[in-house]
Design a protein around this ligand. Structure first.
Ligand SMILES: O=c1ccn([C@@H]2O[C@H](COP(=O)(O)OP(=O)(O)O[C@H]3O[C@H](CO)[C@@H](O)[C@H](O)[C@H]3O)[C@@H](O)[C@H]2O)c(=O)[nH]1
Ligand SMILES: [Mn+2]
Length: 713
């Protein structure tokens, strides 16, 4: 029997496994000593203890225990990291490839400029995939006329843009990116006259497209001043974007266009709409009765397709019979096009996408990350063995059309036939009404889940609990590029939402340590548990950013004397975690500057976003707050961008962020100066050196060793 060559390979990095496990072992031993030291003190004679108030000692001890615990849980990521290679050229011919429905979500045309959204749409339409097997659905939660109009303009422009990309094999297919940079990839036709002429024409068409979108927006803003009201209260509208004229669909391959559908679900203030997860579930249903593709690509409106081959790369996994039965999704990393050289806000989330996701990929697979993933439709439908129509309706709702779609591969045929198309339209409208999900399992067990505002994390978690797997695909050319937050305020808004969502899961019956432990392998549970506990970093950080400093000012020793051998334990932990962080930085080609930034941002986030996120979740838990999803701002303010590009922290942020940060910096600086003075005057360096080091590093927003753990744990 002939064995066909594999579609993908998985590589295990033996060296990093060795380093990670060795570090884990040594660090654990050192932590055990630390715990012994702290605990031993509690049982000492009262006169020895008299120098340090018991409560202080206990608080610092608890902070250290908590940090150690989170650190230990996080070690699961280092256990078995892998990387992968794909061979798309080995895929079957185009006519054997499965269809893909692309879902793009947008909500607020003010924060998410229509032009950017349309660029995402265009880049997805131009994916290197057979056009008749590519269907795009845009969910417009704002129900905005500008967005619908933008879609029509995008469709018109796509009719020139797609053939241009195909003809010249353009690699950057997001028009904005293509025209703004001198994209090096696309130079192969640089000198040809024909190419230059075509490029000129298409550029003019793009300018014209831009102009039309902008002009409509200006007129629209004049008419509708309160877009916020309509954003929360509007009827359902589903529209297939196509030519008004009755001209025949183009027959030749080069001019074929993917299907483009605009979906604005019904929203009423009296009905919860469940944010993005709600929008995605509407798209699941509407696409189910129109094209029903077996695979789904989900994109945020600001995440354009940077590499048109991502769909084929994903198919290398989905079409591998050895892994596909349990495989739910292929996750690509989130990468960003607007990050400055220094990445002062750690916008690239390096730790997550460079260290953790490859780590968990070697276990059961990466956490679902909201955007840039190819999901198997079936995986979101839960148990499909049920055949009883009444039961199916209880789970999926009352649309016969949709129920029929569950078990068969629908083939989108004639939407031009007006009679069937208006029936389809009615059904789609019904599927996107705000009452459709009432008394069904949508969002509870079906589709994207509503339990948490981090719908991605939670949906992926439940999938993994059901025994599904996922794959992390991280090619050297970024498959998708998004816009990252580039100022403190946005960072806080986003960070608070994420951490609130994560902590919400921790506080619920779905807490990974309880719900996950019996359903997933231990290491996978630890990876999910780490993220669920991450918001809790705020407790130890607040303690260790204040208590040692206050002790230092008052001459109370809470760290061992330099001459004591216990001091070695603390120094080892401090240095080992710094070195481990350094090793990760260097082995992944990052710079020392990145190391410093990551530690600084981690501390800033701990005392702001983690703190507010945790409090928010606790309040939600007690019913004192409602869930909310404040979208991040994607409009760049020129002044802010300028500061950001210079690598300067922008402190024009709300007092919510500034107060904790500034207070702690001042406290640390004062105690550092006070401590040094005391050391000189009293010659007490032996007792206070540990604390001085802590406040020195904290006041420099320095060397708390990122998420690898605290230097003092
Ligand atoms: O009611 C809503 C709110 C948001 N969105 C869309 O959801 C996407 C993500 O929103 P964004 O404001 O960009 O949030 P981020 O924090 O940048 O998103 C990250 O975090 C989210 C979970 O908090 C994930 O859903 C995202 O995929 C992930 O990129 C955007 O396309 C929005 O248009 C909706 O469709 N409806
Ligand atoms: Mn975003």
């Amino acid at each position: 029997m002939e064995i066909s060559p594999p579609l993908h390979l998985c590589h295990v990095s033996k060296t990093s496994i060795f380093i990670n496990r060795l570090h884990g072992l040594l660090h654990s031993i050192a932590i055990a000593f630390l715990i012994y030291y702290r605990a031993f003190f509690l049982f000492q004679e009262p006169q020895t203890k008299a120098t340090v108030p018991m409560l202080l000692w206990l608080l610092v001890f608890v902070a250290e225990l908590l940090l150690s615990f989170i650190w230990l849980i996080g070690q699961a990521y280092g256990w078995h990291p892998v990387s992968r290679t794909v061979f798309p050229e080995r895929l079957p011919e185009d006519d054997k490839l499965p269809a893909i429905d692309v879902f793009i979500c947008t909500v607020d045309p003010d924060k998410e400029p229509t032009l950017e959204v349309m660029n995402t749409v265009l880049s997805a339409m131009a994916l290197d995939y057979p056009a008749e097997k590519l269907n795009l659905y845009l969910s417009d939660d704002g129900g905005a006329a500008v967005t619908l109009h933008g879609m029509k303009e995008a469709w018109r422009f796509a009719k020139s843009w797609l053939p241009f990309c195909k003809k010249y094999g353009i690699k950057t297919r997001c028009p904005k990116a293509y025209f703004s940079a001198t994209s090096k990839d696309d130079d192969s036709f640089g000198s040809s006259n024909e190419f230059m002429a075509d490029r000129q024409i298409i550029q003019e068409k793009y300018e014209d497209f831009k102009e039309r979108v902008m002009r409509f927006r200006e007129d629209f803003v004049l008419e509708e001043t309160k877009s916020d009201i309509t954003g929360r209260d509007h009827p359902a509208l589903v529209e297939v974007i196509q030519d008004n004229s009755n001209e025949e669909a183009p027959k030749d391959e080069a001019n074929k266009m993917p299907l483009l559908v605009y979906v604005s679900r019904e929203k009423r203030p009296s009905h919860p709409h469940h944010f993005k997860a709600g929008a995605l579930n509407v798209l699941l249903r509407v696409s189910g009765i129109i094209t029903n593709s077996p695979y789904i690509l989900v994109l945020d409106c600001d995440m354009y397709c940077n590499d048109p081959t991502s769909a084929r790369q994903a198919m290398c996994f989905h079409l591998d019979p050895a892994i596909s039965p349990s495989l739910a999704f292929i996750q690509f990393p989130q990468k960003f096009h607007n990050i400055n050289k220094n990445d002062i806000y750690d916008g690239q989330l390096r730790k997550i996408f460079v260290i953790r996701w490859p780590g968990i990929d070697g276990l059961q697979g990466p956490v679902l990350s909201g955007t840039g993933f190819y999901m198997k439709r079936e995986a979101l439908y839960g148990n499909l063995s049920e055949k009883d129509v009444m039961r199916l309706k209880q789970s999926f709702g009352h649309s016969n059309e949709f129920i029929m779609s569950i078990h068969k591969i629908y083939q989108y045929s004639s939407i031009k036939n007006t009679e069937s198309s208006s029936k389809l339209q009615q059904e789609a409208q019904f599927l996107s009404s705000c009452t459709y999900e009432k008394n069904t399992l949508w969002g509870e067990q079906m589709g994207f889940l509503y339990h948490s505002v981090v719908e991605d994390y939670f949906t992926g978690f439940i999938l993994h609990c059901k025994g599904k797997t996922s794959v992390f695909c991280n090619p050297s050319k970024p498959a998708f590029l998004g816009s990252s937050t580039t100022n403190l305020n946005d960072l806080l808004v986003q960070g608070t939402r994420w951490n609130s969502g994560l902590f919400e899961v921790t506080l619920s019956k779905f807490c990974p340590f309880i719900y996950g432990l019996s359903r997933m392998p231990l290491l996978q549970t630890m990876c999910y548990g780490y993220l669920a506990l991450q918001p809790l970093y705020f407790l130890p950080l607040w303690c260790l950013a204040t208590l040692p400093q206050l002790c230092l000012l008052n001459g109370i020793p809470i760290y061992p004397q330099v001459s004591s051998s216990w001091f070695m334990v603390f120094s080892f932990i401090f240095l080992a975690s710094l070195l481990k962080h350094l090793e990760e930085i260097l082995s992944t080609g990052a710079s020392i500057q990145t190391l410093l930034n990551e530690q600084r941002v981690w501390m800033m986030k701990s005392v702001t976003a983690y703190t507010f996120g945790s409090l928010d979740a606790i309040m939600k838990c007690f019913g004192m707050r409602e869930a909310s999803f404040l979208p991040t701002n994607k409009v760049a303010d020129d002044e802010q961008v300028a500061l950001y590009q210079m690598g300067k922290l922008n402190f024009q942020a709300s007092t919510m962020i500034l107060t904790p940060i500034i207070t702690l910096i001042i406290l640390n600086m004062v105690s550092f100066i006070g401590g040094v003075a005391r050391m000189f005057i009293a010659g007490s360096w032996n007792e206070t050196f540990g604390q001085i080091t802590v406040s020195y590093f904290q006041s420099l927003s320095g060397a708390f060793s990122g998420d690898a753990g605290h230097p003092l744990v």
